[in-house]
Design a protein around this ligand. Sequence first.
Ligand code: BTN
Length: 258
Amino acid sequence: MDENAFRKLLSDLPLGGLRYFGQVGSTNDEALAWATKHAPDLSLVYAEQQTSGRGRMGRRWFTPPGAALALSLLLRPSGTEREHIALFSGLGALALVTALKKYGITAQIKWPNDVLIDRRKVAGILVETVWMGARAESVVLGIGINVTPESLPPPEALTFPATCVLSEAPGPVERFDLLHILLEAIIAWRPKLASDAFLGAWDASLAFRGETVQVWVGEAEPTLGQVAGIEAEGNLRLSLSTGETSVVRFGDVHLRPL
Ligand code: BTN
């Protein structure tokens, strides 16, 4: 799809701005740079191919041309949203779970922010915040979705089993329709950020519920516990073998099933 057709497809959405790239280093980098140049709220950066896509924990994110969706949505958080910055990655994940449901796919959220289908990763989310002192000026919600089998990284580059939308959907999925539906879902969920409905839907989509997982927080030894649910602010509740509950805060964390 060329840029004009792309712009037309999204023209009914209340986007603040739109930048389309055939190829770019990283849409998150473009959005972060745009954030310093007064980009309006809900500005979208989209690329057909990324040459240095970034993942969480300093990992690389593979985006070959024509096979994936790679986008960064620049949000200017309102006063209330600023109190819940950690929930924006949940917003991206939950919106994608909602969008995939329209295609008959039940996806789950591997806390904090990977989207899985049948225990395999279909999408990753990288949220980056621009701070002015203690004030969050902009949030860049970067979302990478494996759509066709060509979007999957080579097996030796995988840190977790992966899949793509087309391999899991019971029927056809048009890549740009999925993008449109995803953006609609983000726009619809955003006003509910931090509400009971939002946290409840996130909780209901949690992957590995009741299973024992290991959670690493920074450099510390991993915590072992059963996934019990989502707490306020998107923190993860684990049941420990001692019978105690541990709450893991969202941040520099990763989680693995045993
Ligand atoms: C992860 O699972 O580690 C997060 C992956 C996030 C990838 C997306 S693709 C669009 C945006 N631009 C980037 O450079 N990264 C994010």
